[in-house]
Design a protein around this ligand. Structure first.
Ligand code: ZN
Length: 432
């Protein structure tokens, strides 16, 4: 038997060590210790972690890498970001949006990020970004799964042509229904937009993912309507509330009613730690709120929670780099959630949990799954988060599509080691 690819001596996220991964025909043929067979290419993992690829379940690919165009966000607020994006939108060209998307995907692949759910603004009557990202989606398909959400950035009711454009975008092949109820003019309009959008998702048999309550206002409670409408229309398992930052500031008694409703309805949550630790609390003096949603409490109830990146170098966020370990690392700090169990979960929140939310087929490390995985310069998932580990090799359908040299430093100190390997600083086995 000859395999296309054989990875030797890998550690898996579930803790199994000394595993070999054999690949044939773009799929994983076997994962077990000591596979003795020929292969077109053999990679010695050297006991390091091999994980399924990173998944970003919340992103804005139409805006990415536009930092400084046409100017910078001075206040750092969500609302100035939306206004700035509104200034940039009429200036966009089809070629430029595709080029920026492709360039971003190059970076994503190099970071082992092989699936992205991107919102795409439908409030430009030209639907230029929709056309461009649909084209980009087809172009990157061999190496990255791009799922698109029809997103009425300026409000489904607030922007006069948003409703019509959203339908047009879905007709053109955009995958998921989006919305932004907290940006409508009134709470009543926000709630009505949630109902209208859920009905569209139900009628078309699509998933729904709303920017929901991205606000410090504890009375922003559109997640309640989203959960109730999800239940009424049978959208359980395919409905997502993104951000949910108002929940940070809500009354505890109200949340004790809200979370069980979310669980019963089957609504998942996506938190975006890099963005909301910087956007929220901007109207506060001191103490200043963190503005992340209630992740430990949702996890305790069994509500699926994932981490998204949201932005990289755009009107809302000047940093970022397609690094989902950076996102997990910030999540651990910003929530905060520092138990070993919670840090291990943070790794799942950027891999398996968002893969399930997106409904990715063939995702995972098991025989029969797509041969998509990442070799990290880290011993295990906690170490990967701690180090924001280098992606030594990225494999898609059995082919190595990106490689990075290991991060080592040479020391010139008398009596000290000549080489420093950050991954060698792991805690003793059994302490992790
Ligand atoms: Zn967003």
């Amino acid at each position: 038997m000859t395999f296309d690819l054989l990875v030797k001596n890998a550690t898996l996220p579930d803790g199994r060590t000394g595993q070999d991964i054999a690949v044939t025909g773009g799929r994983i043929a076997a994962i077990e210790p000591g596979i003795a067979a020929e292969a077109g290419r053999v990679i010695d993992a050297g006991g390091l972690l091999v994980a399924p690829p990173f998944v970003d379940c919340h992103f804005h690919m139409d805006a990415t890498l536009s930092l400084g165009l046409p100017r910078l966000n001075q206040s750092g607020t969500l609302l100035e970001g939306i206004a700035l994006w509104g200034e940039l939108k009429p200036l966009l060209t089809h070629e430029e949006v595709i080029e920026r998307a492709l360039r971003y995907c190059d970076l994503a692949v190099s970071q082992g990020l092989l699936a992205v759910r991107s919102h795409v603004d439908v409030c430009d009557d030209r639907l230029l970004a929709v056309e461009a990202l649909l084209e980009a989606k087809a172009k990157v398909k061999p190496y990255l799964d791009l799922q698109l959400v029809a997103f009425p950035q300026d409000g489904y009711f607030r922007a006069p042509t948003a409703a019509r454009n959203l339908d047009r975008a879905l007709d053109m092949g955009v995958d998921v229904v989006g919305g932004i109820p907290h940006f409508e003019r009134t709470m009543a309009d926000g709630a009505a937009s949630v109902t209208a959008l859920c009905e569209i998702a139900a009628k078309r048999g699509l998933m729904i993912d709303l920017h929901c309550d991205e606000s410090d206002d504890p009375m922003s409670r559109h997640i309640e309507t989203l959960a109730a409408e999800t239940q009424r229309l049978g959208l359980g398992g395919r409905a997502v509330g993104s951000h949910l930052t108002s929940m940070h500031s809500m009354d505890n008694y109200y949340v004790s009613k809200l979370l069980p409703l979310m669980r019963e309805a089957g609504v998942a949550a996506i938190a975006n730690p890099l963005i909301n630790i910087t956007l929220q609390g901007r109207h506060d003096t001191y103490p200043r709120r963190r503005g992340l949603t209630r992740i430990p409490e949702m996890r305790a109830l069994g509500i699926p929670v994932a981490f998204g990146q949201d932005c990289t170098m755009d009107p809302w966020y000047g940093l970022g780099g397609a690094d989902m370990l950076d996102v997990a690392h910030m999540g651990v700090h910003a929530v905060p959630m520092t138990s070993r169990e919670a840090i291990r979960w943070a790794f799942e929140a950027v891999t398996t949990v968002p893969a399930a939310i997106l409904g990715l087929e063939g995702y995972g490390l098991a025989a029969g799954c797509n041969a998509d995985f990442v070799l990290l310069q880290a011993a295990d998932p906690i170490e990967a988060v701690r180090l924001r580990a280098t992606r030594l090799a990225v494999v898609r359908r059995g082919r190595v599509i990106a490689e990075t040299a290991p991060r080592h430093a040479r020391l010139t100190l008398d009596g000290r080691p000549a080489l420093v390997d950050p991954a060698a600083y792991r805690p003793p086995v059994g302490k992790n």
